[in-house]
Design a binder for this molecule. Structure first.
Ligand SMILES: Cc1ncc(COP(=O)(O)O)c(C=O)c1O
Length: 322
């Protein structure tokens, strides 16, 4: 997986637990004469769940080996909590899921069922802001507890997407796709996007990363993503020793902020249009309205004559739930 590729760049390898099917496939769609869309199918990253959280979870699981309790946070349709709950149960960890209710959609309800079914305990809170989180934690924390913040983003898990960029470049070398001029990816807790940006810096690629903001939070800001990308590279260097020098380049990143609509989880008209458009073109690609449909709606309205990669981050699990 991405971590295998990343380890080639490290003096000391990162520990991970393989959960996924790597590399995830690339799909090509010709949208017009000069408009080539490539799709990195991270929805197929694992058989049972899929999506971008698998890359993070492979890095998280080794960290919790000796813990007896796991706590994490998210919306009531959080893919991070869904994936974490599913794999926690499989590996015998007790997960407390701290949840803020979110706008109800078909997708949100499906993930909520998985969270409920696989969590050891569910606690509902009114907000995911740091003060409410800390207050809730104080009530439940014991010594052997691993705390994972919303989206599962840490400087370590960002590295999952640095590895993903190295994986992508391998696929380019194998002629599976040309170098895209741009990569589009959803920005929630920012980890996936920051990882791609850091990967672009590490490999010095002439690619522009376009993060599409889908949540109104401090994590979905240009400054935060850039700092997180820097932090993850510094962390890797300090902890594992990077074999390669890297260069920060602010011009490699753009945050698209105009496609969030009313807010996190609220479908927009453009997102629904994107779902309908792609359901005809690629029936096996499941777009959900919170992240992926908004990201593709931004891509479709902004781009025309370009070779662009859309990084598909939704889990494949929706397919199984129909
Ligand atoms: C389907 C999907 N895409 C994108 C994201 C955003 O990823 P990140 O939190 O790393 O920004 C998430 C996060 O929950 C997600 O579930």
């Amino acid at each position: 997986m991405g971590v295998i590729y990343l380890n080639q760049y490290l003096k000391r390898p990162i520990e991970y637990i393989p959960l996924g099917n790597w590399p995830t496939p690339i799909q090509h769609l010709k949208l017009s004469f000069k408009f080539d869309l490539y799709i990195k199918r991270d929805d197929l990253s694992s058989d049972e769940y899929g999506g971008n959280k698998i890359r993070k979870l492979e890095l998280i699981l080794p960290k919790i080996k000796d813990k007896d309790l796991l706590i994490s946070f998210g919306g009531s349709g959080s893919h991070q909590l869904g994936a974490l709950a599913l794999y926690s149960k499989r590996y015998g960890y007790k997960l407390i899921s701290i949840i803020k209710s979110q706008y109800p959609t078909y997708y949100q309800k499906k993930i909520y069922e998985i969270i409920k079914e696989n969590s050891y305990r569910i606690i509902e809170i009114e907000d995911l802001d740091p003060f409410v989180i800390v207050r809730t934690l104080k009530e439940i924390v014991k010594n052997k507890t691993y705390i994972l913040f919303p989206g599962g983003t840490t400087p370590l898990t960002v590295a999952g997407y640095i590895g993903a960029v190295i994986e992508l470049v391998e696929q380019i070398k194998q002629n599976r796709l040309p170098y895209p001029e741009k990569i589009y990816i959803a920005v929630g807790s920012g980890g996936s996007c920051a990882g791609i940006l850091a990967g672009v810096w590490l490999l010095n690629l002439p690619i522009k990363v376009i993060g599409v903001k889908i949540v109104n939070s401090f994590t979905a800001t240009k400054r935060y993503i850039v700092e997180l990308a820097k932090l993850s590279l510094k962390y890797l260097d300090y902890k594992y020793g990077l074999k390669k020098r890297y260069r920060f380049d602010l011009s490699s990143f753009y945050l698209e902020e105009n496609f969030i609509g009313k807010g996190y989880g609220y479908p927009t008209k453009e997102a629904i249009d994107a779902i309908n458009y792609f359901s005809k073109k690629l029936p096996d690609l499941t777009l959900e309205p919170t992240y992926t449909a908004k990201t593709l709606s931004a891509l479709l309205s902004r781009e025309k004559e370009v070779v662009v990669l859309y990084w598909h981050t939704a889990p494949r699990i929706y397919k199984k739930l129909y």
